[in-house]
Design a protein around this ligand. Structure first.
Ligand code: AMP
Ligand code: MG
Length: 420
């Protein structure tokens, strides 16, 4: 009698829905500013004070009364940025100011130093073009007092961290990003610096998956390689559950007698699915143990990485508080015929390039074997070949997931910006 997996084969959509239902954002933590980069903000940030907080010179020059026009002025002082001196601009006078300095009372414009000539206690204003308010940034020009500067849910990038500094937030509450415990399983797997004994191969998946975790903005915890032996596997899974928010394993989810990952997860929690109608990655498994999501990737390196991309990355982003958790999708034109088994939805690795006519062209990365990690190397897209059709012809349009920047003619030019 053929051995049958006890897990029903479910559709990708159903698998993604199960993951969505059983993952949620982690609680907020307060972190200091540089650390907050790439986190999701957990509360609204408003500005208590206006920016600039005082009328400030926007150039180095002379504070004057605009209506007096060009001509000589008596110098009454020097106002540097960072200070407020006791200077007032009265008719016939001017004061030197530096960029960022509060303009002295009475000032109605600042004339840039290039349009003046100074000497002998006086300055000569050489321009007649002095609009009222010239080169003065009024109070609140950039941010008004009480303004909502960053809403809860905002992804914090460099501009946002700068704004947090501006409004006086040295620490900020953000959604915690998951720690992901990563392990490889298999008696045949050894470390890259170990000589493989006959029948053994070196570990690829731990490094691929830990890097993918990092690129998703999460923190990998390296659990090493675990042998296909009861005991060690359980111990390592328990360590991952204790120390991390998510467990990510590879190998040991097929139909072999030593494929112990699924049975152990089932004994400790709920396996929500153990087979998905997808290629690569059919035996991909999702369980929740002690409230923590556990993802078991198949052992073949491409299966592991594609399954991470399709199932795990969106879950990690959701846990980190993101709302845009799925890769951008776009129709792409196939550059070559692609063979495909009609029974399963297949993700094939491609290089996506934007042609002059605006079309996205998908070129295969070659032989698509589940063990051939080279098919993933350099790929910036996955084309989705839906089940039901066996061959897709060059010129046909299929949906592609964008894994990274799309090549264009301009992205390969040596000078990024041409003068106009
Ligand atoms: P498994 O899912 O354990 O049945 O493994 C499927 C295939 O992937 C086998 O050929 C394994 O040798 C290979 N494999 C499993 N784990 C790894 C790994 N960490 N690195 C490279 N290949 C692996
Ligand atoms: Mg194995």
């Amino acid at each position: 009698m053929p051995v049958e997996s006890p897990y029903p084969m479910i559709a990708i959509e159903e698998a993604l829905e199960l993951i969505r239902r059983h993952t949620r954002p982690l609680p907020a933590v307060t972190v200091s500013l540089p650390e907050a980069l790439d986190h999701i903000l957990a509360e609204d940030i408003t500005a208590a004070e206006p920016m600039p907080p005082f009328a400030a010179a926007s150039v180095d020059g002379y504070a004057v009364i605009a209506a007096e026009g060009p001509g000589a002025r008596r110098l009454v002082g020097d106002q540097a940025a960072g200070y407020v001196d006791d200077i007032t601009i009265e008719p016939g006078t001017a004061a030197r100011v530096t960029t960022g300095a509060p303009v002295p009372p009475g000032t109605t414009a600042v004339v840039m130093v290039e349009l003046t000539e100074a000497g002998n206690g006086h300055v000569e204003i050489l321009t007649a073009d002095i609009p009222e308010g010239a080169n003065i940034r009024p109070v609140g020009q950039d941010i008004e007092a009480g303004q909502l500067v960053l809403p809860k849910g905002k992804l914090l990038g460099p501009a946002e961290l700068g704004l947090l500094g501006t409004v006086g937030r040295a620490t900020v509450p953000v959604i915690r990003r998951p720690v992901v415990a990563v392990m490889s399983t298999g008696d045949e797997i050894v470390e890259p610096n170990e000589p493989p004994a006959p029948g053994q191969i070196r570990d690829a998946n731990r490094f691929a998956l830990m890097s993918a975790v990092l690129q998703a903005g999460c923190a990998p915890l390296d659990l090493g390689i675990v042998r296909d032996k009861a005991g060690q596997l359980e111990e390592t899974i328990e360590r991952g559950l204790a120390e991390a928010d998510v467990l990510l394993t590879s190998g040991g989810v097929s139909m072999g007698q030593l494929d112990l990952v699924k049975p152990y997860l089932a004994s400790r929690g709920t396996v929500h699915f153990g087979r998905v109608n997808t290629k690569p990655g059919k035996p991909v498994t999702f369980a929740v143990v002690d409230g923590k999501p556990c993802f078991a990737m198949p052992g073949f390196p491409v299966s592991a990485l594609v399954s991470f991309e399709v199932f795990v990355r969106p879950a990690l982003l959701r846990m980190a508080g993101h709302t845009h958790i799925y890769r951008q999708r776009e129709l792409a034109v196939l550059a070559q015929d692609l063979e495909h088994s009609a029974a399963r939805t297949e993700f094939q690795r491609v290089v996506l390039r934007r042609e002059k006519d605006g079309l996205l062209l998908a070129s295969t990365t070659g032989f698509q074997g589940s063990g051939r990690l080279l098919s993933m190397s350099g790929a910036n897209g996955l084309v989705i070949l839906p089940r039901g059709q066996d061959t897709y012809r060059a010129g046909e349009k299929v949906e592609a997931l964008l894994l990274g920047p799309v090549e264009t003619e301009s992205s390969s030019e040596s000078t990024p910006i041409q003068g106009v």
